[in-house]
Each structure stands twice: as structure tokens, then as C-alpha cells.
Design a protein around this ligand. Structure first.
Ligand code: NI
Ligand code: MN
Length: 228
């Protein structure tokens, strides 16, 4: 897997069969705006964890321009159809698993909320475990710590986990270290921090705590690409 981080929770995962864009919040994302443009993104798949504006972001515009398959919870796919006339989507929900050819997705629970920027209901928030090319990535989505992370760690051999650490709206740095103890990932990558004042944290201190707990942590700069 070749992963490019755009800041906040926006990332692109390139696997052999597809380019997958996750939570494409680009316009209004102070990190993404300096390293990528909405017009330059041409994914095959857009994967959404929930409907909040800092995740839904530029989904409609990118989907329309790229003809991407949008995979999200059922309510988000309905909203795309209703508000944007966009039908190339696949709705899933918590606990669902599906093989898409380019990879297998398992939709995980996330302890959070989900509404669109216009206030309409955005279904339940989720995370995703992606198995592709012999590699397993866990996109946790916006979530608090929850006990069943233990099960996710038992059910999947996770190579890389994208974990929110910004606190205030999601887990903070300490909870993220506890989460790693439950999911036991080969590598942890922090997301959802420092974009806005309420989620400013000391990411270097977080990485030290993670290392102290025995887990590899990699701080990825916006625009940076790495392979797992
Ligand atoms: Ni959110
Ligand atoms: Mn968020």
C-alpha cells in the first residue's frame, strides 16, 4: 500500500487495483490546501467514515469529476443521490464486510456522531479495516476509545492504524496509546490533530508515549507519501 497524507483525516491509499481516497476534506483544510487541489484528485474509490464536514469535505465535487465509487454508510449514499443526483455509490453499515476486488472492507464501529454540514442526518459514524495486497490498514475514523477495539485487534492483523489523537472531538493522545494496546498495530499514524485550535496537541510527545508503550509511531507530513 502506498499512502499519501493530506492533513486532518484526508488520505489516499493506492493499492494494486485502485486509488482510494479517504475522507477528502481538502478545501478549508489548511494542510491539504498547501499540498493538493480538489481538481488534481482522480480516485477510483472514495471511502467516507462519516458525514461531518471535515470528512465529507469535497466528496461530491471529486466524485463527479472522477466518476469514483463512493463507499460509505447507507444514509450518506442516499444523501449523495438526493442532493447531488450521484448514484455511483455503495452503502454499507457497521459490521458489514465486502470484497470489492481491489480489496476487502470491514466496516467497524466508531464512537462518535455523524451529521452533514446542512444538519441532515448522516447515519452512524464508522471506521474501516481495508485488506488489500496482503496488507491491512485500519482507518479508525473519528472515535473515542471503546472496549471492542480489543476484538478488532484480535480479528485483524493490522499493519497500520490511522488514529485520531486531537482530543476534544475524538480520542486524545493518551487514549490513542491505550487504543494501540488493544488493536496492536504494526505502525500507528496520527490523524485529526492541529488542524484547528481545539484539536492542537503535542504530536511529538504523543509519538514518544507510543514508543514508550512499545508501538511504532510515524508522524506523516501533509503531502508526504509512504509505503506499508
Ligand atoms: Ni466527526
Ligand atoms: Mn472530524
Amino acid at each position: 500500500m502506498e499512502i499519501t497524507y493530506f492533513g486532518h483525516s484526508a488520505l489516499q491509499i493506492r493499492v494494486a487495483g485502485a486509488t482510494i481516497l479517504v475522507d477528502p476534506f481538502i478545501n478549508g483544510n489548511r494542510f491539504a490546501e498547501t499540498v493538493v487541489s480538489v481538481e488534481s484528485l482522480r480516485p477510483d474509490v472514495i471511502l467516507l467514515t462519516h458525514a461531518h464536514g471535515d470528512h465529507w469535505g469535497d466528496t461530491a465535487a471529486i466524485a463527479e469529476a472522477s466518476d469514483a465509487l463512493v463507499v460509505a454508510n447507507y444514509e450518506i449514499t442516499q444523501y449523495l443521490s438526493r442532493q447531488h443526483g450521484y448514484e455511483k455509490s455503495f452503502g454499507m453499515n457497521t459490521g458489514g464486510r465486502r470484497d470489492f476486488g481491489w480489496g476487502r472492507l470491514t466496516v467497524t464501529y466508531a464512537r462518535h456522531s455523524s451529521s452533514f454540514p446542512d444538519g441532515s442526518f448522516g447515519g452512524n459514524p464508522n471506521g474501516f479495516v481495508l485488506d488489500a495486497d496482503g496488507c491491512t490498514a485500519y482507518v479508525m475514523g473519528d472515535t473515542a476509545l471503546f472496549a471492542e477495539m480489543e476484538w478488532i485487534g484480535r480479528d485483524h492483523d493490522i499493519d497500520v492504524a490511522f488514529m485520531p489523537i486531537g482530543d476534544c472531538f475524538t480520542m486524545g493522545p493518551d487514549a490513542a496509546v491505550r487504543a494501540a494496546g488493544m488493536i496492536k498495530p504494526g505502525l500507528t499514524v496520527p490523524v485529526h490533530y492541529n488542524t484547528f485550535p481545539p484539536i492542537e496537541v503535542d504530536v511529538d510527545a504523543w509519538a514518544e508515549s507510543m514508543a514508550g508503550a512499545g508501538f511504532a509511531a510515524r508522524i506523516v507530513e501533509p503531502g508526504e507519501t509512504f509505503s506499508v
